[in-house]
Design a protein around this ligand. Structure first.
Ligand code: FES
Ligand SMILES: [Fe+2]
Length: 391
């Protein structure tokens, strides 16, 4: 398998070198500043254009750890389109539009495992490959050709621990646009995500916020001291990040103070997995965040201009799952009492405040400084693609 990893982001030793240099100099990575018009967070027409764009591009659906075994299925609405994924007996994951071919009932209502997909309304039954297997009282449908009424599939691939889907606005049956380079095998997060194959917790929450306010929450470390005084700040640095862009995506490194212990060790022994959090933004709306003993995938689904759904998948290595499954305390990295969960509450409070402030009429634009350049990159990428779509 080819590995473009090195070309896309720096290796761990290089990241540690850059972090230590920033600590010594009191600096952080800097990029371009950005001003985003407030209108772009509030205008329903702008939101509709964004949704059209998002539906026309490939995106990440769910972590593969959500459907490890044949029959496992999981649902989510992606850019307003209800979908579900199910792993077949052939081990292949397929993604379908979540609607029965009879009267359109949402077939999969929650995550689970099943031998066949049975519609709760009138009992039409589908095999795990989506084909229609059984129609009760089939003689009532004289014109029904069962072979053509399987579930409607969306092009998808399993890539390095993620189930990735093609464009949703492309009619089914077409192959869709070429998979982007960053979604091919050998991704930069492969080594982190593949071992965390035990899904231990999923949480889905509706938030009264524009989706971009929620995305911005993850993309800078300028707020660590001010927002996370008693959670992240004691173990991390304020305003000290390495920021790398690859294509429309980015990776932000948030170092922990224990990275300084590397100073008196030879570089060829350096490992940084427990010394930094890597935050990968997979454009536009998916974040992968690494923590010691925990991997999070956070999906921000736009619902309307002022509402979003945030789904968090918590994954751990199997040995960590065995060790922490009955631990409700702060040492369970996936638990609600962990400092990660408490930090997330703080971030959401800030995002709620930003959303409220948008309506105040005080600002024509939201200001992002040179230490918040990953946010500027996000908005610039979105703007550039919207412009291309309008042509
Ligand atoms: S809607 Fe599914 S069986 Fe009627
Ligand atoms: Fe934060």
């Amino acid at each position: 398998m080819s590995s473009p990893t090195k070309a896309l982001v720096a290796d761990d030793v290089e990241i540690a070198r850059r972090v230590l240099a920033h600590i010594d100099a009191g600096t952080t990575d800097e990029g371009a500043a950005w001003r985003e018009p407030v209108e772009n967070y509030l205008n329903p027409e702008r939101f509709a254009a964004e949704l059209r764009l998002l539906q026309a591009m490939p995106s990440v659906f769910v972590p593969a750890a959500a459907v490890p075994n044949p029959g496992d299925h999981v649902e989510r609405s992606v850019f307003g389109v209800p979908l579900f994924a199910v792993r077949g007996r052939d081990q292949r994951v397929r993604v379908f539009r979540n609607a029965c071919r009879h009267r359109g009932f949402a077939l999969v209502e929650s995550a689970g495992c099943t031998h066949a997909l049975v519609c709760r309304y009138h009992g039409w039954t589908y095999r795990l490959d989506g084909s229609l297997a059984h129609v009760p009282h089939a003689d009532a449908f004289p014109d029904l050709d069962m072979s053509t009424r399987g579930l409607v599939e969306v092009a998808s691939r399993e890539v390095d621990g993620l189930i990735v889907i093609g464009a949703l606005s492309t009619p089914s049956g077409e192959s869709g646009p070429a998979w982007e380079e960053w979604l091919s095998d050998g991704t930069p997060w492969r080594d982190k995500l593949l071992p965390a194959r035990r899904l231990v917790y999923v949480d889905s929450t509706a938030r009264a916020m524009n989706w971009k306010v929620l995305v911005e929450q993850f993309l800078e470390g300028y707020h660590i001291r001010s927002t996370h005084k008693d959670t992240f700040y004691p173990v991390q640095y304020d305003d000290l990040n390495v920021v790398e862009m690859f294509g429309p995506n980015c990776r932000i490194t948030f170092p922990y103070r224990n990275i300084e212990r590397l100073r008196d060790r030879p570089e060829d022994t350096w490992t940084i997995d427990a010394r930094v959090t890597f935050l990968y933004q997979l454009f536009p709306n998916v974040m992968l965040a690494t923590f010691p003993d925990l991997m999070l995938m956070i999906v921000i689904d736009p619902v309307d201009v002022g509402h979003s759904t945030v789904t968090i998948y918590s994954m751990v290595r199997p040995e960590v799952a065995d060790r922490t499954s009955r631990d409700p305390g702060p040492n369970n990295p996936a638990g609600a009492a962990s400092f990660i969960a408490r930090g997330a509450v703080e971030d959401n409070e800030m995002s709620e405040g930003v959303q409220r402030g948008l309506a105040s009429g005080a600002n024509e634009f939201v200001e992002f400084g040179r230490h918040e350049s990953a946010i500027g990159h996000f908005h610039a990428t979105l703007e550039e693609r919207l412009t291309r779509l309008r042509r």
